[in-house]
Each structure stands twice: as C-alpha cells, then as structure tokens.
Design a protein around this ligand. Structure first.
Ligand code: GLU
Length: 508
C-alpha cells in the first residue's frame, strides 16, 4: 500500500514571503489536493537570530489571499501539533541525544576564534579547511578529547554545539522526482551543527525530525535546499528512518526577467514590480515593499501565473482555475531549469482575469478603488462604466486613473492634443455642437453618433476635425473608448457642461 500523501510548507519567519515561497506553497497544495492528501503549514523558527516579528502573520495572510488552504498547521492545529518548531524543543533534544549515544554525532566545544583559525588554513586541495573527517580530530570535541576532559568541560558549563559525524568518502544519493538521482560524495559535506549552544536544534535536524514525526510523504521545496538534501538523507539513515524517508522534489529557481540570476527581494523595487504577495513594512527600518494585492492584482491571476512558473501542463492552455490546476498538476511536469519571471505576462494574466469576472463583481472591486480616491458613485452608473472600460484595464488600480473622467470633469487638458487639434474656430464649432446635442431628446449612443455625423456632413468636415476636440472636452485627453458611448453615459447635461468648461478654459 502506498503511503498517504502528506506534504508541508515549512517557511522560516525571517521576513515577508517572497513569490518563490508562495510558489512552493502552491505546488505543495496542488500536489496534496490532486492526491487526496494533506497539506501542512509548519513554521520553522529555530533560528532566533533571524526572527522577524510579523512574518508568521504575513505568511498566513498571504496564503489566505491566494486561496491556498492548509489542513493542519499553525493557527488551526492538527494531530501532530504543535506546528511551530520553537514549541517542540524537547522533541529535538531527545533525538539529538540518541544520535550522540550511537556515535553519529558529537559534542564540539570550539570557540568562534578557534573555528575561524581553522577556516583560515587551506587543505591539500587548496580549499579552506572544513570541520570534517580530515580536521575533526584536531579540534576540541568529544571525539578528540578523552571522557574526563569532556566531563570537566561540561561541569564547567563550557558552551558546546552538537555536530553530525559525516563519514569520509562515501556516495550519498538523493533521489529527486524532478532531477533524478543526485550523487554527492560525503567528503564535500562538513560536520554540520545540528544542535546549538542555545538549546535549540538547527534547521537540518528539526526539519528531518518533524518531517518524520509528521509522516511527511513528499518534501517539495526550493532548489536552494538541494545542497542540504544529502545531509538530510544521512540523518534519516542515522536515525534509523531510512525506510520512512520522504520522496524529494526540489523546485527550479525563479530567475530575474532579464539575464540569469535568482529573483531577489530587492529586484522588485529596482525593476518596478512586486516580489511579494502583500505589501510589507519592515518592522525595523520602516521600509515599505510593494505587494501584488495592493498593486491591483487579482489573487486568481497571481496564482495562475505562479503555477506556470516552473510547471507546464504539456498543452497550450494558459488559463487555469485553482480546481483545474489541481486536476492537471504533477511533479513530473515541473521543469529542472530555472523559470524566468515575466512582469508583462503577470499583467497579461491579470487582464484576462479582470475580463473574466462578472461585471457586478468587478464593479465591487472598482468601487473599492474609487473609495481610495474618495469618489462616491451611483451603482448602476458604475456598472455601466465598468462594462465599458474593463477591456482597457490591466490592474485594478488602473481604474481610478483610466476611468477617472467618468466621475470627475477634467481639470487639465492634454497640451499635445490642444496643439494639434484645437483651432481658432474650435470654440464656435463646439458652440454649434452643444446646440445640436441639446436638441437630442433621447440622448443615447446611436442618436448622438447619428446627429454628430450628419452635422459633419452638412458642414463638409471630417471626423478628425471635430471628434478629437469633442473628446478633449469630455476626457481631457485623446484616450478612452467610443466617444459616443462616453457622452451618452455622462448624459446630456454633463456633456454640455464639459464642452462649455473646456471652451472657457482652453485659450489658444
Ligand atoms: N525552513 C526552510 C525554509 O525556510 C524550509 C526548507 C524545507 O522545506 O525543507 O525554506
């Protein structure tokens, strides 16, 4: 019988969740749902020096915004609680002691100065020395010292760490679903610290112990953890859990839009797009980082974009609902090569989703945008405006700028349009146009278009001589959808008021 699928997302609360982290959570979620499994949120907070207040809440809110629901974990509990590693301290101690008892780990009393001293020296290969099979017996630890010396140090409460004893020159194989078999020679690894002098385990030990205790079937995480995987495999062996070892899947890196290199936290602000799902204010520096939510993205679009950043469905399909993603997802279709992030494609997805929403629902979202600008509006009118402008909108936040003229008469007029289109006779012409519009009793799009065009024929003028100036009066620029639609939505009175205002404001 195959093991039930249990996967976890295990972020450390060291700051806001980067989009790469959201993608890891998403792939774990999709994989678990596809396989009727369980998705767990575990907070790995054993490195207290890197703890950043507010990051755990940020992680949870980000997952909520994306619609990535977890079945067990911090905040909701579950059969393997607690799910915050700082609350599981005693558990790790027990397993560390077992490793020491079985001579798979040892106590090391070296001071930071002594460690620096060692690392300054070079080995026969010209590389800086590491704490490993070659050097460990020259260092101050329970392998190099006799038991009396060790007991004395312990009695004197000399701080110590516990290091794993990595064997020399054996091949450790990491079997990875995405990358195949990855062989690593143990001599390239060092005797990593697994338990620190502050009484807390390091990431490696806590991670392996919890994955085992929480019955994790698949470890799906970023490529940056691949170098740690051989050590984890060794820990599973040392702890006697080799048969229960989860399957590994290391996801490809997210790359910068241009050129190579990992997409970093700083890139967003440098290159002008968010790298975080939600806005984040650094609690120490007060620095603000943009978020997708605040920048006008829909979570469905954001999730769809992320899903395709490293996974391909094997078809041309690009638009996927969460349910469709669950149905199509497989780890076998995750690419090995890094995935290049594209801000343009992300906007494209958002545009698609904005145009797939029901007009009523989109109107609600646009209403929020107007509220931010302190603009109140009539619901029916807003729904009509929404239907008219939606295809021109990429970001929800575009609405307040793109469609502002539906709610406020222009206060300034595009000087370039004035220069090109506003002629000496424009005021007279616009006066005639106002009289004409005033005479239209049923002020709808068709009637306006018919009357204006007939007027132009009578005057022997082209559309280009009149419509740009007319538009300038209503919109303030040469932008926007059909002028006749704009005018009919604004209504007769407002249209005439705006033409009047423009005539009085624009002086050539
Ligand atoms: N705590 C690690 C992180 O912050 C988890 C890595 C893993 O999933 O094993 O990414």
């Amino acid at each position: 019988m195959t093991k039930p699928v249990r996967v976890r997302f295990a972020p450390s609360p060291t700051g806001p969740l980067h989009i790469g982290g959201v993608r890891t959570a998403l792939y774990n979620y999709l994989f678990s749902k596809k396989n009727n499994g369980t998705f767990i949120l575990r907070i790995e907070d054993t490195d207290q020096t890197r703890f950043v207040p507010g990051s755990e809440e940020y992680i949870i809110k980000s997952l909520q915004w994306c619609g990535i629901k977890y079945d067990e974990g911090v905040g909701i509990g579950g059969p393997y609680a607690p799910y915050r590693q700082s609350e599981r301290k005693v558990i790790y101690k027990e397993f560390t002691d077992k490793l020491v008892e079985n001579a798979y780990a040892y106590l090391a009393f070296d001071t930071p100065e002594e460690l620096d001293e060692m690392r300054k020296k070079k080995g026969t290969d010209g590389q800086p020395l590491q704490y490993n099979a070659v050097t460990r017996l020259q260092m101050k630890n329970s392998l190099s010292l006799n038991s009396d010396e060790v007991n004395k140090l312990l009695k004197n409460q000399v701080p110590y760490v516990i290091r794993i004893k990595v064997p020399e020159n054996i091949i450790i194989t990491v079997d990875d679903i995405i990358r195949g078999k990855v062989d690593v020679n143990s001599s390239t690894l060092d005797d990593k610290v697994i338990f620190k002098s502050d009484g807390l385990p390091t990431y490696h030990l806590a991670n392996v112990v919890d994955d085992f205790l929480m019955k994790i079937s698949h470890v799906i995480r970023g490529e940056e953890w691949l170098p740690s995987a051989p050590l984890h495999v060794l820990l599973y062996k040392y702890l006697g859990w080799e048969n229960e070892m989860p399957a590994f899947a290391h996801l490809p890196l997210l790359l910068k839009p241009e050129g190579n290199g990992k997409l970093s936290k700083r890139d967003g602000d440098k290159l002008g797009f968010p790298v975080f799902p939600l806005e984040w204010t650094d609690p120490v520096s007060g620095e603000k980082y943009a978020g997708y939510r605040e920048s006008g993205y829909l979570p469905q679009a954001f999730v769809n974009m992320l899903a395709l950043l490293g996974w391909n469905p094997g078809t041309e399909q690009e638009i996927f609902s969460m349910q469709q993603l669950i149905e199509s997802f497989s780890l076998e279709r995750v690419n090995k090569a890094g995935a290049r992030f594209s801000p343009e494609k992300t906007k494209w997805f958002n545009h698609q989703y904005i145009n797939m929403l029901e007009v009523e629902q989109l109107s609600d979202l646009f209403e929020n945008e107007l509220k931010k600008e302190n603009i109140k509006t009539d619901r029916d009118y807003l729904v009509k405006v929404t239907a008219l402008v939606r295809e021109r909108i990429n970001l929800l936040t575009d609405f307040a700028t793109e469609a502002i003229y539906f709610f406020k008469a222009p206060e300034t007029y595009d000087t370039k349009v004035i220069k090109e289109k506003w002629k000496e006779n424009s005021p007279d012409l616009l006066q005639e146009l106002m009289d004409l519009l005033n005479g239209i009793s049923d002020f709808n799009e068709q009637n306006i278009e018919f009357e204006v065009k007939e007027f132009l024929v009578k005057k022997g003028m082209s559309l280009g001589q009149v419509l740009p100036v007319f538009r300038l009066c209503l919109v303030g620029s040469n932008k926007g959808p059909s002028l006749f639609q704009i005018s009919s939505l604004l209504g007769k009175e407002e249209t005439i008021r705006r033409i009047n205002k423009a005539v009085n404001t624009i002086k050539k």
